[in-house]
Design a protein. Structure first.
Lengths: 314, 232
């Protein structure tokens, strides 16, 4: 974050495809050249510079009021690289000590904040003005509410890159005006290029949905997952291992929700007119932190769906 | 063109995962064990408000629901399911409803023209807020200030809905769940506590008390009408 965003205009304008292409092809080894990418708030163009600030800087990168690090030099590494030690340290501190510590760190917060704001401004005098001027995200992210999957952090997308909706078990239901309004706005008004439905293995919502329990107000919501199971009953029943079966259900749920996205008028009409958005199905794994692309054949899916759900008025 | 952005996010994730596990080999295995977030964040889908990033927190810290204009409608099944799961099952300690300045939804609600599709229906509660506060809003000449005002009023209305939610009420009484209403100022990156919810309007921080929301690796302190982030 302290290495500033290169082009604030990235927030306002979709990044040029040519630049991204050049960038991607120039980085022969993604794992090293992208090292700093999700961890700093620089634009994608900046990513090949792994000199980088430390990942821990990420957590307060986007908000100056939050930019407190325990180091007085904003460019130096933060000591709390290990989250577990961090946690235990806090636990060990008495409440009184914590509030005293907080008062002490209070000034430092503002010190860092000033440094950060100054640096941002130096790199781009219009940074804050631009940020409040508007958004032109490339992505609509439909993900699970689960606390372990902050969309921006796991993808390295910048503030301004992804319009985000998150609900229990990343469901896209026809009659849910909440998600329908999100898709409508993202497609018709923000003109996003990609819609990602992202599920995750070990989803509590999916597990809860398949348990023989009355969960009150959660019932009508989670019922949709049971419907996914019913649609793929044969395949799922054939999987003996329970965990594997759940994981497959998670994947199938993502695919079904992708279909539900494709069924909307906004997506169908926009695609007919502009050849976007493209719908993708991804699954996040906690074990390795990696996103898995389910390789959905979007055009095939669209064609298939339009046999019955065609809303393009053509 | 499409593939470039697509490839970008996936490669970026690959790098992030590699870095995280290099930094702490237990990070992902620990995440896989389960989640115990202390905060339920109800915010706007707006791409400029990435909650975990602006709170300075980490994966596992914040349970999240984001919709258009952070509207909390009592009968919306989507939001209701999120609240139920987070409050009754995960037992979060704080519910933070956070609006933001320069909100497209707020602007739409302030205009008289139809937005189209399902959006007008979704924005109905926000329009109701507008009509209920017509005098205050009409008196404001600056468009930006009016947008900020309706965003604040929207948070207030949402907090009222939360406070009337039966699951939330029970959790407040039984285990001291706290409900907060905030506004994220995009123009400067700060979160402003609106002093709503369990502590009541203006009550937060006035008596010099701090309210500490502890994440796994950082914490937010609500004090003096403002939320401050602190990383150890």
């Amino acid at each position: 974050m302290l290495n500033s965003r290169v082009t604030t205009s990235l927030l306002q304008h979709p990044t040029s495809a040519a630049i991204r292409r050049a960038f991607i092809s120039s980085s022969s080894s993604p794992s090293s050249s992208f090292l700093s990418s999700p961890l700093v708030r620089s634009g994608p163009l900046r990513f090949p510079t792994p000199t980088a600030t430390t990942p821990s800087l990420l957590r307060h990168c986007s908000s100056d009021s939050h930019s407190s690090s325990s180091s007085s030099n904003p460019k130096s590494k933060l000591p709390n690289a290990n989250p577990s030690s961090d946690k235990s340290t806090w636990r060990a501190m008495a409440e009184k000590d914590i509030s005293r510590y907080l008062r002490q760190t209070h000034d430092r917060v503002f010190e860092h904040n000033r440094a950060w704001a100054a640096e941002k401004k130096k790199a781009d005098p219009d940074f804050f003005a631009n940020l409040s001027a508007g958004q032109t995200p490339e992505y609509l992210w439909i993900g699970c509410s689960d606390s372990r999957i902050p969309a921006e952090q796991i993808t390295g997308l910048e503030p301004g890159d992804a319009f985000v909706h998150r609900n229990i078990a990343n469901l896209v239901c026809n009659t849910d005006l909440n998600v329908m309004a999100v898709i409508n706005y993202a497609v018709r008004h923000l003109k996003v290029k990609h819609i990602v439905v992202c599920g995750h293995y070990g989803c509590g919502g999916v597990k809860a949905a398949m348990s023989a329990k009355d969960l009150g107000i959660l019932n009508p919501w989670l019922r949709n997952i049971r419907d996914v199971y019913r649609l793929h009953e044969k395949e799922l029943d054939a999987i003996a291992n329970e965990e594997e079966r759940y994981n497959r259900l998670v994947e199938l749920n993502v695919i079904e929700q992708c279909k539900n996205v494709v069924k909307t008028a906004g997506v169908q009409q926009s695609y007919a007119e502009n050849s976007f958005p493209i719908v993708h199905g991804w699954v996040f794994g906690f074990n390795d932190g990696l996103l898995r692309d389910l390789q959905i054949d979007f055009e095939g899916m669209l064609k298939d769906i339009q046999k019955i759900y065609n809303l393009t008025e053509s | 063109m499409e593939d470039d952005h697509f490839l970008y996010a996936l490669s970026s994730n690959n790098a992030w995962a590699g870095y995280k596990s290099h930094q702490n080999p237990h990070f992902f295995p620990k995440l896989a064990d389960g989640q115990t977030p202390q905060i339920l964040w109800l915010g706007c889908s707006d791409s400029r408000c990435p909650e975990t990033t602006i709170l300075g927190l980490q994966p596992g810290d914040v349970f999240v629901h984001r919709n258009i204009a952070n509207i909390i409608a009592p009968t919306d099944i989507n939001t209701s399911a999120v609240i139920e799961y987070a409050v009754a099952h995960l037992k979060v300690k704080h519910v933070v409803l956070c609006g933001h300045t320069s909100c497209g939804g707020a602007a739409a609600a302030l205009s008289d023209s139809r937005v189209g599709g399902v959006l007008d229906t979704w924005l109905a509660p926000l329009r109701a807020v507008r009509y209920a506060n017509k005098e205050v809003l009409d008196a404001m000449k600056d468009e930006r200030a009016r947008g900020t005002k309706i965003a604040e009023l929207n948070v207030e209305a949402g907090v009222n809905v939360l406070m009337a939610n039966v699951t939330v009420r029970e959790a407040i009484e039984e285990r001291g769940l706290q409900v907060h209403g905030c506004l994220f100022e995009i123009g400067c990156g700060r979160i402003r506590d609106l002093g709503l919810g369990t502590k009541g309007r203006g009550g937060m921080g006035l008596d010099g008390q701090e309210d500490v929301v502890r994440g796994r690796h950082a914490q937010i302190v609500f004090r003096g009408g403002r939320g401050e982030m602190s990383v150890k």
